[in-house]
Design a protein around this ligand. Structure first.
Ligand SMILES: [Zn+2]
Length: 543
């Protein structure tokens, strides 16, 4: 079954499939299409929702959190067409990509099937209504949190990034296991829920949060907010931050540069309603769900959206991974150029690191500095689209593939972005080198000069975001000296061992979080070479 047929059938409610089984499935999926009147949101059946996210506050007596054996929602995910079908996308009529050399197209076997929903992961179900013109977002959020910390928890801490923007975040109500929870505090980015009863290890609880966001105007080329034709929603819903045995909840202070958030992987479902003329770029594929559009993303750090009524879209694929480039009028060559580079990047990274971790990749033009990565979605600065003159020797491609590499080094293998930012930033920067090495082998010297040595980098690779001084000094130390360290490490290890290390590192910490110790333990599993001089040269600590 062709994925394109399924999608078009679902969109216009005109099933054209001939197979009886598929037709039956489609009828089931489309039952709500038959009704001429708006239907209530159809909430997912793959997880038992223990609380209606649309419910008004009710005086339901407090139910103590049960043990996992009694309260565990049943995960009976129905197959997602896009992962069980062979995808043969029809090229967009506006897109005329030059066919890739055969060696650049990853074997479909190397591309990912998303992991199934995992009952021990935090599960988010969000119902959100976006008023694009009024810049408002109304959200009912249900969080199923399973205590894997090994200790009883008297509180749960959530990150609420929109609350850092004055007046943007309004909290209406919080529930725990269907009972209103009033013992909470919201202070800047930190929402602390003081639980009436401790949540025991290996127990689960269900939290409900109703909130509204008055989306702020984008400031200083920051991401979160609206401008004249686009709304970027990043880190927009409250999420439970990681908890560590030493130190407890992990929620670092923000900095003007560098990322301060740390995420565990989670399973996320978003049901979104917005205007018919609004095009949404998202971290996951869209499925019709009555009058809602549903997105499901498994094993990811965060779910990200960008909405515009002016997006143009170019589309391609690598194996089963659908890649879409969202750009604006006047930037067609750049929008298609970065799509072509993305196909090359996903192909080579899937072969050299690990299968691509998600079902889709969205590349979104927006008004920011440089670029920014999220699971299944990357933003790239509009300036780079404007500067694009074709080819691969430019910021659009080098920064673009950097952000795409973060799908592996941030998304698949997480880390503490504030205290050990080199683990994702050094890796993403060196992945640019790998992109050029395999796709444009004659551009190696150009890349080192253009992206690294032009800035005469100095500083220690293991610099936290709080110790870097200026943005330039921080990136010189972490990103650029990091690239030189990786090159020296590779020469010391030999190519075969180096690439074996990269694959092993991605596999060992897949959907987890790696630390500095994890990085070097994996390196040393692949070489017996003495690294002490490299450590002295590049790192402030000895590992
Ligand atoms: Zn980066």
């Amino acid at each position: 079954m062709k994925f394109s047929i399924i999608l078009s059938s679902l969109r216009d409610c005109k099933p054209r499939a001939t197979r009886v089984t598929f037709y039956f499935l489609l009828l089931t999926l489309l039952a709500s299409c038959a009704s001429p009147t708006p239907t209530a949101p159809v909430f997912p059946t793959f997880i038992l929702i223990t609380q209606d996210p649309n419910a008004s506050p009710t005086p339901t007596p407090f139910q103590p959190s049960g043990e996992i054996t009694t309260s565990l929602p049943t995960f009976t995910a129905s197959p997602i067409p896009s992962i069980t079908s062979t995808i043969t996308l029809t090229p967009s009529p506006t897109l005329t990509l030059t066919p890739l050399p055969p060696t650049l197209v990853a074997d479909p076997a190397t591309t990912a099937v998303p992991p199934p929903a995992n009952p021990s992961r935090t599960n988010y179900i969000l119902s959100a209504t976006l008023d694009f013109d009024a810049h408002t977002l109304d959200v009912d959020e249900t969080i199923r949190y399973y205590n894997t910390t090994g200790v009883a928890l008297s509180d749960i801490v959530l990150s609420v990034q929109p609350n850092r923007y004055g007046g943007a975040f309004t909290l209406s109500a919080i529930f725990q296991d269907n009972a209103a929870l009033t013992t909470y505090s919201l202070d800047d980015q930190r929402l602390t829920l003081n639980l009436p009863q401790p949540l025991q290890p290996n127990s689960a609880t269900t939290l409900g949060i109703k909130f509204k966001i008055n989306i702020p105007a984008k400031a200083n080329e920051g991401l979160f907010g609206y401008d004249f034709n686009q709304i970027d929603l990043v880190d927009w819903y409250p999420f439970v931050v990681p908890h560590e045995a030493s130190g407890g909840w992990v929620l670092h202070d923000p900095m003007p540069f560098g990322e301060h958030l740390v995420y565990d992987v989670s399973d996320i479902e978003l049901n979104l309603k917005t205007g018919a003329d609004v095009i949404v770029a998202a971290s996951a594929p869209a499925e019709p769900n009555g009058e809602w559009t549903r997105y499901r993303l498994y094993g990811a750090r965060t779910f990200t959206l960008s909405a515009s009524d002016e997006f143009l879209v170019a589309e391609s694929a690598v194996g089963t991974v659908v890649i879409r480039s969202y750009y604006f009028d006047g930037y067609k060559a750049a929008g298609e150029g970065i799509l072509y580079a993305a196909v090359q990047a996903v192909s080579i990274y899937s072969l050299k690191f690990a299968p691509y971790p998600y079902e889709t990749l969205a590349i979104v033009q927006t008004d920011i500095h440089d670029g920014m990565e999220y699971d299944g979605l990357v933003f790239i600065a509009s300036d780079f689209y404007g500067q694009y003159g074709g080819g691969a020797k430019n910021n659009l491609v080098s920064i673009g593939v950097h952000e795409i590499a973060h799908q592996w080094w941030f998304g698949l293998v997480g880390n503490d972005q504030a205290m050990e930012p080199w683990l994702d930033e050094m890796m993403a920067t060196y992945s640019e080198r790998i992109f050029y090495e395999f796709n444009y082998p004659r551009y190696g010297d150009w890349w080192w000069q253009f992206r690294v040595d032009y800035f005469s980098p100095s500083g220690y690779v293991d610099t936290p975001i709080y110790s870097g001084g200026t943005f330039r000094a921080y990136t010189n130390a972490v990103y650029l000296r990091g690239a030189h360290f990786m090159e020296d490490l590779r020469v010391r290890m030999g190519d075969e061992n180096f690439y074996a290390f990269l694959k092993d590192y991605a596999a060992r910490y897949s959907r987890g979080r790696a630390t500095t110790a994890d990085f070097f333990n994996t390196v040393r599993a692949h070489t017996t070479a003495d690294l002490s001089d490299l450590m002295m040269n590049y790192f402030s600590g000895s590992y």
